[in-house]
Design a protein around this ligand. Structure first.
Ligand SMILES: [Zn+2]
Length: 250
């Protein structure tokens, strides 16, 4: 029982971070596969209904992107103290004061980033072994996510301390030092695919602005294996676009 209570508490904590205090809801137990898997999220709790009924859900398969004059992302990250958390669904790095981004005149503060394997996003029918979602929040409570895709290659130096210190059990938390710089996570080129979607975990809330960086970075097989030892598969299947347009900022 103890383990279950821990998991639920961790899930609530994760939701509180992603959706804001007060919107955490029931914290119903969910998984990626099986009876509480992604196909059933919408039935698990009333406040998860967007997972089934939402018309603008994430992730999506990005095939045809329209070239547009979408605003570039202004990155203003800075080194911050960081905590590595195993929340029962992924490994998440909570950042205390890491700066943020500016998109189209709105400033969003970087709150946390976390991983999915394989990548939830599919780009031109290609799925990557790993993705990091950098979750940002504006003063008005709006969410903007920057997705960094990983292809298999060399050790990722920026994430060495994270991959080496992931808590083995749900609810575990490790301090990752006082000077973690999220800018080191980013690829050299900042072009992105943009669209409006949702959280990819319950409660699947919509109105999330997605920015999927086109250029992947690298992760080594050893680092990938360290994450997959904890989470073998934690990716929601792609959702229908339902007429939404994906723009590309070259
Ligand atoms: Zn995510």
């Amino acid at each position: 029982m103890k383990a279950t209570v821990k998991l639920v508490t961790a899930a609530l904590a994760a939701l509180a971070v992603t959706t804001g205090a007060g919107a955490a809801g029931t914290g119903a137990r969910w998984e990626y596969q099986g009876k509480a898997g992604a196909a059933h999220w919408g039935e698990l709790a009333p406040d998860f209904s967007a997972c089934r009924q939402g018309r603008a859900q994430s992730p999506v398969n990005i095939r045809a992107a329209r070239t547009g004059t979408h605003a570039p992302i202004g990155f203003g990250y800075r080194a911050s103290s960081a905590d590595i958390v195993n929340n029962g669904h992924t490994v998440q790095v909570d950042l205390a004061d890491a700066g943020g981004i500016d998109v189209g005149g709105t400033t969003y503060r970087l709150v946390q980033f976390h991983f999915h394997t394989p990548s939830e996003e599919i780009v031109n029918d290609r799925r990557y072994p790993l993705v990091a979602h950098l979750v940002h929040k504006s003063d008005a409570g709006e969410l903007a996510v920057v997705a960094v895709l990983f292809r298999q290659g060399r050790d990722n130096a920026a994430l060495a301390s994270v991959f080496a210190n992931m808590p083995a059990t749900a609810g575990g938390r490790h301090a990752a030092g006082a000077d973690f710089d999220p800018a080191a996570l980013l690829p050299a080129r900042r072009g992105y695919y943009g669209y409006t979607g949702s959280l990819t975990t319950p409660p699947c809330s919509e109105g999330v602005r997605w920015h999927i960086l086109k250029q992947p970075v690298e992760v080594s097989p050893v680092q990938l294996a360290a994450f997959r030892k904890l989470y073998r598969m934690n990716a929601r299947p792609v959702q229908p676009l339902n007429g939404r347009v994906v723009v590309v900022n070259p």
